[in-house]
Design a protein around this ligand. Structure first.
Ligand code: FES
Length: 154
């Protein structure tokens, strides 16, 4: 099912580890980078490449909120909703994004450009409240700065 270039990259990851199943997270990231999300139909061929039961692979994807199993968007905005960001007013951040883009958590903008995804701790608690756009991390510093940041993504 995988295109040849993706399959080759997955094979490289799998060959890197002493045991095939150790490559599961890096392979899922590779799939998500390729498609913009983790398509459900990608899990069976991945389970075969990893020699793992399909339900184990499905369980890993379901466990980690960094993997997006639904509607893809060009850019994913991940907003931390864990305790420190919560205490530092993550609601203001979420409301600002919702207002700017007109979407709620889990939704995609009509142009398919952004998806808003609430996630657990992003590991930058000292900067709380924080969010990420794709792989870029930002501290929330008000609506004006938020708009400026989002305008960088085309
Ligand atoms: S609690 Fe938000 S980054 Fe850790």
């Amino acid at each position: 099912m995988f295109a040849e270039d993706l399959r080759n990259r997955l094979r490289e990851h799998i060959d890197y580890f002493p045991r095939k199943e150790q490559a599961i997270l890096v392979c899922l990231h590779e799939i998500q980078d390729y498609y913009g999300y983790v398509p459900p139909e990608s899990l069976k061929p991945l389970s075969e490449m990893l020699d793992m039961p399909l339900n184990h692979v499905e369980g890993v994807v379901a466990f980690y909120d960094m993997f997006d199993r639904e509607t893809p968007a060009k850019h994913r905005i991940r907003v931390c909703v864990s305790i420190v960001c919560h205490l530092m007013d993550k609601n203001r951040l979420l409301k600002a994004i919702e207002k700017t883009l007109g979407i709620k958590p889990g939704e995609v903008t009509p142009d398919g450009k952004f998806k808003l995804v609430p996630v657990q701790c992003l590991g930058a608690c000292s900067e709380a409240p924080v969010f990420m756009v794709d792989e870029d991390e930002y501290k929330f510093e008000g609506e004006e700065k938020l708009n400026e940041i989002l305008s960088r993504y085309t």
